[in-house]
Ligand binder design. Structure first.
Ligand code: FVH
Length: 289
């Protein structure tokens, strides 16, 4: 592992996240080169001490760690394909959100060009970068992580999830799927509450402690899923079907579209129709597989 002040970093992509990452490096005194497709987004960073690369070719010709923080998989190829030959021997970490398969494709592309590759999934929003609570999941080359761990920990906790370069993206997207369903549930509940004149703010005051209490049930569901033992004494699928059907009806009665809850109710109904009414709620996962 090298001293953070000795290893230069190049950040390609200065959207909201790229700027936050580059700013954390500059604050810590890391020699930081920045590049962005369109002009102007590097102004504050350069004023704070970052070095502007006038072109991708100039950035690619530099030394040290290379980070891509671009919009998507296509933008990574748009940016790096023309300069691939200049990157041989360089350590590259892709922090652009890509699907697991796209991350694996980038890893293969990197190997074909003699580039060491690590993929990252950022579990933070820009204001969190460099602050407690920020973490980044990494997968791919353990050597790249080892060599740059101190630098990467300036951004947040560095959490290695395995050598398969698609794993960080898999974890990232699975956690985001979890998060989006939670937010969707909140929007559903807020719309129902709103039909009776309850503000979303008041609804949130009760939703937060309720969800916080409920989240402690996840390890129990996980144990059932991992063991495949769906025997239960309480709140079996038949019970959940009756509850979900009633909530869907109440949602419609309130003039609210149950479109977010319908899929879960349908999965539970299918399990019950298939004869699993006495099994635990966590058996719903089998309907997804
Ligand atoms: N912002 C967030 O909260 C999330 C947190 C979790 C991780 N994501 C991912 O991080 C990637 C970058 O996100 P961002 O917030 O910086 O995104 P934007 O502000 O929209 O900036 C996008 C940058 O990508 C450049 N860009 C787009 N297309 C191209 C292209 N074809 N060639 C070169 N560069 C391209 C864009 O440049 P410009 O429009 O300013 O010229 C921005 O620099 C992202 O994968 C998130 O999912 C962030």
């Amino acid at each position: 592992m090298t001293n953070v002040h000795d290893t230069p970093v190049t950040v390609l992509g200065l959207g909201a996240m790229g700027r936050a990452l580059a700013a954390a490096f500059v604050r810590a005194g890391v020699p930081t080169t920045v590049w962005n497709r369109s002009a102007g987004k590097d102004r504050e960073l350069v004023a704070a001490g970052a070095i502007r690369a006038e072109s991708v070719a100039a950035a690619a010709g530099g030394k040290g760690l290379l980070l891509t923080v671009l919009l998507d998989h296509a933008s990574v190829h748009d940016t790096l394909d023309p300069v691939a030959a200049d990157l041989a021997g360089r350590d590259w970490i892709n922090l652009t959100s890509t699907s697991p398969e796209q991350s694996r494709e980038l890893a293969g592309w990197a190997t074909a060009h003699g580039i060491e590759f690590l993929d990252g999934g950022i579990m933070a929003v820009p204001p969190m970068i460099g602050n407690p609570g920020s973490s980044i999941l990494y997968s791919g080359s353990p050597e790249v992580l080892h060599a740059h761990r101190a630098t990467l920990e300036l951004l947040g906790a560095a959490d290695y999830v395995g050598p398969d370069p698609g794993l960080a993206a898999l974890w990232d997207f699975a956690l985001l799927a979890n998060m989006y369903q939670m937010f969707g549930g909140f929007f559903h509940g807020a719309a129902m509450a709103g039909s009776a004149g309850i503000t979303a703010t008041r609804f949130a005051e009760r939703a937060v402690p309720w969800l916080t209490a409920m989240v402690h049930g996840l390890p129990g569901y996980a144990r059932a899923i991992d063991s495949g033992d769906y025997v239960t004494e309480v709140q079996d699928l038949a019970f959940q079907k009756s509850g979900l059907d009633a909530i869907v009806r109440a949602t419609q009665d309130a003039g609210i579209d149950p479109v977010l809850l319908d899929p879960l109710a349908a999965l539970v109904n299918r399990q019950v129709s298939a004869g699993h009414g006495a099994a635990a709620f966590a058996r719903t996962v089998e309907e997804l597989r």
